[in-house]
Ligand binder design. Structure first.
Ligand SMILES: Nc1ncnc2c1ncn2[C@@H]1O[C@H](COP(=O)(O)OP(=O)(O)OP(=O)(O)O)[C@@H](O)[C@H]1O
Ligand SMILES: Cc1cn([C@H]2C[C@H](O)[C@@H](COP(=O)(O)O)O2)c(=O)[nH]c1=O
Length: 207
């Protein structure tokens, strides 16, 4: 019988470096998993399915009520989990996702103030007891993240938010990490890319 794959998520405020490290991490993981023949799939949220990518366009560019935003994030997630993530894990493949439910707690909860019981209810509805096997949290000050983003691209709806907003998002990420230390690895994202890769290498050894 094939062993079930693992689900790994990358989280952090916009500009913290998730995308930079995701492709490198994937290559390292593929090398490690080669003898097992398990594939590594990279995906993202919101997104990861045709429906999820269509919802992403709305979520990142269209103004909407906070509750609508949260519901659409979780609707996209339900589709993603049911049609991409779960089948891949069942096949024995590993899934690396650029964001998952911690982002809803951080952005809709911490950032925008949606009440925690609502987020808890949505999380339970959409995923039951399911949680990532590992979450790598790239922790960075909003000031530095803002500087890094400025160099990279035109901002979307979330990236146009203030540093005060991102301070709240960061605090909620850190609260989730403290609440579930068994699945979080905290990375100081102010370090150089080489230093971060060294830390990630240590993480991969234990997978
Ligand atoms: N450790 C680092 N040191 C210096 N620059 C970095 C570092 N990590 C990432 N960068 C640069 O910062 C910018 C933002 O990085 P990246 O796009 O990976 O962030 P992100 O967390 O994926 O952002 P978003 O969530 O908005 O997509 C990029 O230009 C990237 O090259
Ligand atoms: C999953 C998820 C995401 N968001 C926000 C966070 C980011 O600003 C964008 C996604 O953009 P990225 O460049 O791919 O990081 O969406 C959110 O607010 N809530 C969520 O659940």
């Amino acid at each position: 019988m094939t062993a079930r794959g693992k689900f790994i998520t990358f989280e952090g405020i916009d500009g913290a470096g998730k995308s930079t490290h995701l492709s490198w991490f994937r290559a390292q993981l593929e090398a490690k998993l080669k003898p097992t023949q398990a594939a590594v799939i990279t995906t993202r949220e919101p997104g990861g399915t045709a429906l999820g990518e269509a919802l992403r366009e709305l979520l990142l560019h269209q103004p909407m009520q906070l509750e609508t935003e949260a519901l659409l994030m979780f609707a996209a997630r339900y589709e993603h989990l049911a049609t991409v993530i779960e089948p891949a894990l069942e096949r024995g493949d590993w899934v690396l996702s650029d964001r998952f439910t911690d982002a809803s707690f951080a952005y809709q909860g911490g950032g925008r103030g949606l009440a925690l019981p609502r987020l808890n209810a949505l999380e339970t509805w959409v995923q039951g007891e399911f949680q990532p096997d590992l979450t790598v949290l790239f922790d960075l000050s909003p000031e530095l993240a803002n500087q890094r983003r400025g160099l990279a691209r035109a901002p979307d709806k979330f990236e146009r938010e203030s540093e005060v907003f991102f301070t709240r998002v960061r605090a909620e990420y850190l609260r989730r990490a403290a609440e579930m230390p068994e699945r979080f690895v905290l990375i100081d994202a102010a370090q150089s890319i080489a230093e971060i890769q060294q830390k990630l290498d240590e993480v991969i050894v234990f997978l």
